[in-house]
Design a protein around this ligand. Structure first.
Ligand code: TYD
Length: 135
């Protein structure tokens, strides 16, 4: 499965590091929403959905977590453990997020406002969607 990881430029000096993310530059879409998960329980697995059209970039800005991605044919696991690396998650990709380290903060940049109608929360429906897309 093709996975797109984006490495961000670090503006580091003797004070520390700084990363800047801009629409259509580091992030390949217009950023309409940012959300983040923190204080996630150690055995929590969340996500369990795909999006009809939403695109996202996931960045674990502190600690680590794992992302299971499934395009309906293949699946893979990605470890996010660097604040300067983002995972691009296209639409129609089933994702599950797990193995959050203690204190992990997962930040998500999203191409659209929150819209429950864009979610596919049923795995069998997701498979049907991926087949429809390919016709
Ligand atoms: P949820 O969809 O369960 O998270 P995930 O599936 O990614 O693990 O979201 C948890 C709650 O937060 C749910 O009540 C919806 C709300 N929420 C918003 O209000 N805005 C948002 O942008 C997101 C992602 C969630």
């Amino acid at each position: 499965m093709d996975i797109k990881m984006i490495t961000f430029q670090e503006h580091g000096d003797d004070r520390g590091q700084l990363i800047a993310l801009e629409t259509q530059k580091e992030i390949p879409f217009d950023i309409k929403r940012v959300y983040y998960m923190y204080e996630t329980g150690l055995n929590v697995r969340r996500g369990y959905h795909a999006h009809k059209s939403l695109k996202q970039v996931l960045i674990c800005i502190h600690g680590s977590c794992k992302i299971h991605l499934d395009d309906g044919k293949e699946n893979t696991e990605v470890i996010l453990d660097k604040p300067n690396v983002g995972l691009y998650v296209d639409n129609l990709l089933w994702r599950e997020i797990y193995d959050f380290s203690r204190g992990a903060v997962l930040m998500v940049l999203a191409s659209e406002y929150y819209d429950e109608k864009d979610y596919i929360r049923d795995y069998r429906k997701f498979i049907e969607y991926t087949k429809m897309e390919k016709k």
